[in-house]
Design a protein around this ligand. Structure first.
Ligand code: HEC
Ligand code: HEC
Ligand code: HEC
Ligand code: HEC
Ligand code: HEC
Ligand code: HEC
Ligand code: HEC
Ligand code: HEC
Length: 326
């Protein structure tokens, strides 16, 4: 009799031992993410994890309490944070607590891409959210099957994409159609298995509204490399950005991302000091309402000289005279 009980006991204990589920949904382990504003953790409801700590970028949070009734009612066991990741590879570590004691931990290695043109090492696969399996985790509280009419709504609180993506537009320079939530104009609601793929090849998409511009760029004698390759969003964010022209970075950082050599050689002129021409400054003499930068001299889309001088200028001397009149 006693012998039998003993043999059952360990099994019972195993079953009774609480198994705390803690998962980093976004950015998931082994993925790369693009300029996103979120860190999404699912903490497990049965048994309840009461607090979590989050660690990344060399800093660790205090205990974040998620046990309050009001919190649970609104968010369940979801924790959605606004992290501010640094570009490149990092690891997020999350620890869960119940009754004041650590009960679960998990981690995710990820790669953060802060601008197009940067590619992650191949061990990181691009993260995708809008798959049927992942959307199921959200559908209890969010509308993941929006009707076509609802997608026409132009405001963040009425458009179904606004619930999660409104922050993406919180910058000074907002692209026309994104600003009025015409997300579905460019993103295909019916694409599968991942929804919201861009409808057509990028430059063709831009050409639907900027045909004249693109024709103009392509009519130049020398067309800038990326445009020849059909790329616009290496330089322009289709949604919004902190930089004029919806640029993906401040002008010189953007150019230097692909032309780093320019910074290490003396550009245009060689002064007595060995220094080249200044490459930036507070005012562009040719266009006083903008800072002086690479685009003071170079047209970013192309031109009629092999170095794409501004305003279609082909002679070097004429370029200098744009700013150095005498
Ligand atoms: C238990 C309910 C619940 C579930 C499940 C849930 N959310 Fe949420 N989520 C909320 C609530 C409540 C808000 C706040 C809504 C508001 O402020 O209008 C929110 C807001 C958000 C925001 C916007 C944050 C901001 O302030 O900009 C994002 C992003 C988000 N959720 C993503 C997700 C994703 C992705 C999933 C699925 C993996 C998910 N949520 C599942 C309840 C939930
Ligand atoms: C429940 C919240 C939520 C809703 C609603 C939502 N998204 Fe997302 N979406 C996310 C999150 C989180 C990501 C990944 C992080 C990021 O890129 O911001 C994402 C990623 C994407 C991506 C990149 C590809 C992918 O699948 O990861 C596209 C494109 C996208 N969303 C478009 C849309 C459009 C268009 C709508 C409206 C029809 C929409 N989303 C509605 C939360 C949401
Ligand atoms: C003018 C066309 C256009 C509009 C309008 C637009 N997008 Fe995009 N979106 C793009 C392009 C192009 C990409 C880059 C696709 C790629 O890299 O493959 C993109 C990528 C994304 C991504 C992935 C992350 C990134 O930045 O690459 C998300 C998330 C996204 N869009 C959400 C939205 C949401 C939400 C809206 C509505 C507020 C919206 N988009 C409106 C063209 C558009
Ligand atoms: C549905 C139409 C539409 C599509 C598609 C579209 N745009 Fe636009 N775009 C606009 C509107 C509207 C404006 C604002 C009006 C203006 O300033 O000319 C604009 C303005 C711009 C600007 C000018 C910003 C400035 O400071 O003058 C840039 C750059 C731009 N779009 C890039 C793109 C790129 C890159 C694509 C393709 C990924 C694209 N657009 C696709 C409608 C569109
Ligand atoms: C190498 C980076 C780069 C690429 C690639 C690029 N642009 Fe630009 N673009 C810029 C910069 C920088 C400006 C700001 C120049 C200014 O305002 O003088 C700009 C300005 C613009 C403007 C507004 C000013 C104007 O000339 O009307 C439009 C529209 C535009 N780009 C569209 C596009 C489209 C469409 C593509 C793809 C075919 C594209 N760009 C590719 C860097 C780029
Ligand atoms: C995504 C990468 C990329 C970005 C960003 C970029 N370029 Fe380029 N650039 C190229 C490629 C590719 C070529 C053509 C290949 C070549 O001739 O070196 C090129 C060519 C050039 C040339 C002509 C080179 C020559 O040898 O005559 C100039 C000038 C130039 N870029 C200036 C700029 C400026 C200014 C910016 C910022 C507004 C910029 N580029 C941003 C990729 C880039
Ligand atoms: C004062 C005008 C001026 C400014 C500012 C300027 N450039 Fe140039 N750049 C030129 C001229 C002129 C040439 C043609 C070669 C020459 O005469 O030295 C040139 C050539 C180039 C070339 C092709 C040859 C080479 O040296 O590789 C690239 C790439 C380039 N510039 C990129 C840039 C970038 C990136 C910036 C901003 C960091 C910049 N330039 C700022 C005037 C300028
Ligand atoms: C888009 C405007 C612009 C163009 C075009 C331009 N420059 Fe400049 N240049 C500047 C600015 C701004 C400065 C720094 C302020 C100043 O000295 O006036 C400068 C300074 C200089 C200096 C003094 C450098 C120093 O260290 O003090 C020389 C020399 C010069 N430029 C030569 C040239 C030559 C040669 C060309 C034609 C190949 C040229 N610049 C084209 C804007 C321009």
């Amino acid at each position: 009799m006693i012998k039998r009980l003993l043999s059952i006991l360990p099994v019972l204990m195993l079953v009774a031992a609480p198994s705390f589920a803690l998962e980093i949904l976004y950015p998931a382990d082994g993925t790369s993410i693009v300029r996103s504003d979120f860190l999404i953790i699912k903490a497990g409801n049965d048994p309840v994890i009461e607090q979590i700590t989050v660690e990344f970028g060399g800093a660790k949070s205090g205990k974040i309490d998620i046990s309050g009734a009001e919190y649970r009612k609104a968010f369940g066991d979801m924790v959605i944070l606004e992290p501010g990741f640094e570009p490149g590879a990092d690891t997020i570590k999350v620890e869960g607590f119940a009754g004041g004691k650590p009960v679960a931990r998990t981690q995710a290695e990820f790669f953060y891409i802060d601008r197009p043109g940067v590619t992650a090492p191949t061990k990181f696969a691009p993260y995708v959210l809008h798959t049927p399996e992942k959307e199921e985790l959200c559908a209890a509280c969010h509308n993941m099957q929006p009707s076509p009419e609802s997608l026409d709504n132009e405001s963040a609180d009425k458009n179904p994409c606004g619930a999660c993506h409104a922050r993406r537009l919180n910058y000074d320079y907002v692209h026309g159609p994104a600003g009025v939530f015409q997300c579905a104009y460019c993103h295909d609601v019916k694409s599968a298995p991942v929804k919201y793929a861009t409808r057509v090849e990028e430059i063709a998409l831009c050409a639907e509204c900027h045909e004249h511009k693109i024709d103009e760029f392509k009519s130049r004698q020398f067309v800038h490399g990326p445009i020849e390759a059909g790329l616009c969003s290496v330089c322009h964010d289709s949604h919004a950005s902190a930089h004029f022209g919806q640029l993906t970075a401040a002008v010189n950082d953007l150019c230097m991302g692909c032309h780093s050599k320019v910074d290490t050689t003396s550009h245009v002129v060689r002064g007595f000091s060995g220094k080249g021409h200044p490459l930036e400054g507070p005012v562009d003499p040719s266009t006083p309402d903008r800072r002086f930068s690479c685009i003071g001299c170079h047209d970013p889309h192309g031109g009629n000289s092999s170095a794409y001088f501004q305003r279609g200028i082909s002679a070097r001397m004429e370029l200098c005279q744009m700013c150095h009149k005498k």
